[in-house]
Design a protein around this ligand. Structure first.
Ligand code: HEM
Length: 357
């Protein structure tokens, strides 16, 4: 999808998100819910062209189902290894709850998205994923091509995009706040760079990225330190592979440990330290490192990387431009996360102080 469509969706949601934070200023508050809402709404806009009010009861129900399913991934996965446990009474592994939630999301969110886009389809105005998919199906059918694109496949794609694209980005943004609360000097340095290069009379845009190398280095360092998907997703070897004296037989499952690159002491020197400067060259310009692979590598690397990078840059710059974030009673949140498929920070409260203009 065009970068303008993605940026427009993010900027629209940012206005609602910043307003929601303004409603909490000077109180001790937990940003979890509002961050989750904003990020899920961006996916919603991008895939269907529709955003929800944060208080809309359907959206509240949807967010609860998404949240429960992300939390259930670990336990419900037991069924892949021991399918027989599905016949146990009760719902020890939460797979019944997971299926109920999927059914709710399909029936009340995803199918209406598809229906709406089909009813309002305009060939000359294809601006979201669902309408682009509908157009692609029609073209293939007109050309008499065989295709496995279908409404069922579209439903699965939308469900996957919601799951893969909401918790991940929201988690990195939460880690960003944890690091800003622990490293107020980094927060201040980002603010000064934004002040000098963007000012406070307009919101930052993607065009500002090249003039904000320290912010870019900080976001990159947050992604490295947070390391939110340490063992990536499971992959399977398509044929026997010899690698460094080991044989990987066809079909075996491989978990690529992204942490081994993101926290390699030989490469980074002090991998456990939060130090955005490591991504700046001697002239203060941002320098990319090939080993920085939080989105994995290869053909099956993260599909949403471009969107996620845009969200991280625009949310970080806009939040820091608008507020100073302070820990409650001077105690910063822990840098120790919670184990799981997605490595999340512990719950924390903070204060948002609006910046003087
Ligand atoms: C900071 C945020 C994000 C991080 C760190 C992240 C990271 C990852 C990682 C490590 C993978 C596994 C890649 C592999 O199998 O080798 C992945 C897969 C995937 N991600 Fe993301 N992701 C993020 C945001 C997003 C967003 C916003 C979307 C959707 C819009 C998304 C959609 C997907 C999809 C669909 C896959 C599966 C791709 C495939 O199997 O071909 N991700 N992501």
């Amino acid at each position: 999808m065009s970068k303008t469509i993605l940026e427009d969706a993010i900027q629209e949601e940012l206005s609602f998100f910043l307003q929601a934070i303004h409603e909490c200023v000077h109180t001790d508050f937990n940003c979890n819910r509002v961050l989750n809402n904003a990020v899920a709404n961006i996916i919603s806009s991008v895939v269907s062209g529709k955003r929800f009010e944060y208080t809309d009861p359907l959206f509240v129900k949807f967010m609860k189902c998404l949240d429960e399913n992300i939390r259930n991934i670990g336990t419900a996965n037991v069924l892949n290894v021991l399918p027989i446990v599905r016949y146990l009474p009760g719902d020890l592994f939460k797979f019944k709850q997971t299926l109920r939630n999927i059914s709710m999301i399909d029936k009340e969110i995803i199918r209406p998205f598809i229906e709406d886009n089909r009813n309002n389809y305009d060939d000359s105005n294809v601006t979201n994923f669902t309408s682009a998919y509908i157009k692609a199906i029609q073209q293939r059918r007109q050309e008499g091509q065989n295709t496995n694109m279908s409404d069922g496949n579209l439903e699965t794609c939308l469900r996957d995009l919601f799951i893969a694209g909401s918790e991940t980005t929201a988690t990195v943004l939460r880690w960003g706040l944890v690091y800003f609360l622990n490293y107020p000097d980094v927060q201040e340095k980002c603010f000064q760079e934004i002040l000098e290069n963007v000012g406070q009379s307009r919101r930052p845009s993607m065009k500002d990225k090249t003039s904000l190398p320290y912010v870019e280095a900080t976001v990159t360092e947050i992604l490295r330190c947070a390391d939110i998907i340490p063992s990536s997703l499971p992959h399977s070897v398509p044929h026997d592979v010899e690698f460094r004296g080991y044989t990987f037989p066809e079909g075996i499952t491989v978990l690529p440990m992204l942490s081994s690159a993101l926290h390699d002491p030989d490469l980074w020197g002090d991998p456990r330290n939060f130090r955005p400067d490591r991504f700046l060259d001697t002239e203060g310009k941002f320098q990319k490192m090939n080993e920085h692979i939080p989105f994995s590598l290869g053909h099956r690397a993260c599909l949403g990387e471009a969107l996620a990078r845009m969200e991280l840059f625009l949310f970080t710059t806009s939040m820091i431009q608008e507020f100073e974030f302070r820990p409650v009673d001077g105690v910063s949140p822990s840098l120790q996360g919670l184990p799981g498929i997605v490595y999340r920070p512990q719950q924390f409260n903070m204060k948002a102080i609006p910046r003087a203009k």
